[in-house]
Design a protein around this ligand. Structure first.
Ligand code: ADP
Ligand code: ASP
Ligand code: MG
Length: 405
């Protein structure tokens, strides 16, 4: 069975009118394509609103109930889209993650899809239905609904494409492709006609919201081409796929700014073996993902360890670090969420010396102070003050000539 998988994000299903427009588009496709699976996100800001609602009841909501709540946004959009398709005379059925056989495991709020039992989807397709599946959710071993992390509907779609043997997964969103940086933040951003999995994975992990990093990972593992395109028009978007077998000329393909991290510093901890191991094991046990880490010598055999975490994990990280800091007799723990992480990404930088230097010099020449640095073969990231973020993004985009691609 040749199956087409399409995913429509929050803005694309943000209003009843938008849902009807998606239904029009799918119904047109149905005339030539017999087997269609559509994955949907929650309407507009629904997930944010559900999260805010939970916090009006509790500062630290029970994780199971939190997922039971925040997964419901997708149920609404899926049911509405199925209704809109039916109104157009198209056979359609909505399925929740559990009904669609999406099995998850791991922590609530950030679980992973571990398996898809495609029986029900295949059955519904064989009856002629367009199958509308909720993104973002699945069911764990305890038969409870879990969610897979913010922005996770992209991953739901790619996982379903892999499980159903689709070679391409179309991700419809509110921009017409992947750009050299967020086109809402830098007007001169250029659209890329294609981008390698490696570069897209870095961009997504470093804050380019346009794709969920795990969606890119899953596409790479399964050789699925992701086509990122606009739900508002018909133009070709960006293909995310295996790198073409040619040399890359440009050193940098994209720039990202992530404003959703916070810096934590533990002050005056003993300079002795095992201390870092203890801090980061306790954070890992609490499922807090740590990003950049630096250790600096303070004085008299004491160190300061600073690291960044996602703001989503900040509450949990505060609890863990305050406890471990007290046990290590640290003189204090500081939290700062007024930071931005600015990164450049490009496979071309491997063969071009001086790229990192140009990055740092651009910031320095413009009076922007660097707090932390991290590098890999194909990226350089710096943590800077949040207030400097937008200016740094513009400057780096220009200095690496990304407006001229
Ligand atoms: P959806 O609701 O469809 O999943 P998202 O808001 O998650 O949409 O992702 C789309 C947004 O990603 C765009 O509106 C854009 O502002 C942002 N974005 C960030 N970086 C990039 C980039 N490099 N290219 C395109 N869009 C980007
Ligand atoms: N609705 C979920 C979120 O807002 C999942 C998604 O949109 O991909 O994070
Ligand atoms: Mg998204």
């Amino acid at each position: 069975m040749n199956i087409t998988v399409q995913k429509f994000g929050g803005t694309s299903v943000g209003t009843p009118e938008r849902i009807k427009a998606v239904a029009d588009r799918v119904s047109e496709l149905k005339k030539t394509t017999p087997h269609i699976v559509v994955v949907v996100s929650a309407m507009g800001d629904t997930t944010d609103e559900l999260i805010a609602l939970s916090h009006r009841i509790s500062e630290t909501p029970n994780p199971r109930e939190y997922d039971a709540l925040i997964s419901t946004g997708e149920n609404i959009s899926a049911a509405l889209l199925a209704m809109a398709l039916q109104n157009l005379g198209v056979l359609a059925i909505s399925l929740t993650g559990p009904q669609a056989g999406v099995a998850t495991s791991g922590h609530y709020g950030r679980s992973k899809i571990v398996d898809v039992d495609t029986k029900r989807i295949l059955h519904e397709l064989s009856l002629g239905n367009v199958v509308v599946v909720t993104g973002f959710q699945g069911i764990n071993d305890a038969l409870d609904v879990t969610t897979i992390g913010r922005g996770g509907s992209d991953t739901s779609a790619v996982v379903l494409a892999a499980a159903l043997g689709a070679g391409v997964c179309e991700i419809f969103t509110d921009v017409d492709g992947v750009y050299t940086t967020d086109p809402r933040k830098v007007k001169s951003a250029s659209k890329l006609s294609e981008i390698s999995y490696e570069e897209m994975l870095e961009l997504a992990s470093l804050g380019a919201k346009v794709l969920h990093p795990r969606a890119v990972e899953c596409a790479k593992e399964n050789g699925i081409v992701i086509h990122v395109r606009s739900s508002f028009d018909r133009v070709e978007g960006t293909l995310v796929k295996e790198a073409a077998a040619m040399e890359v000329n440009r050193p940098v393909t994209g720039v990202t700014m992530n404003e959703d991290e916070a810096q934590i510093s533990i002050l005056n901890i003993p300079d002795s073996p095992g201390v870092a191991g203890q801090i980061f094991s306790e954070l890992a046990d609490a499922a807090v993902n740590v990003d950049m880490i630096i250790q600096t010598v303070q004085e008299n055999g004491f160190n300061k360890i600073s690291f960044t975490v996602s703001v989503d994990d900040l509450q949990q990280a505060k609890t863990v670090t305050s406890n471990v800091g007290a046990r290590l007799k640290a003189s204090g723990v500081q939290f700062d969420d007024a930071i931005a992480k600015i990164s450049i990404v490009g496979v071309g930088m491997m063969s071009k010396p001086g790229v990192a230097a140009k990055f740092f010099k651009t910031l320095g020449d413009n009076g922007i102070n660097i707090r932390m640095i991290s590098t890999s073969e194909i990226k350089v990231s710096c943590v800077i003050d949040k207030a400097d973020g937008p200016r740094a993004l513009e400057l780096l985009h220009a200095v690496f000539e990304l407006d001229r691609l």
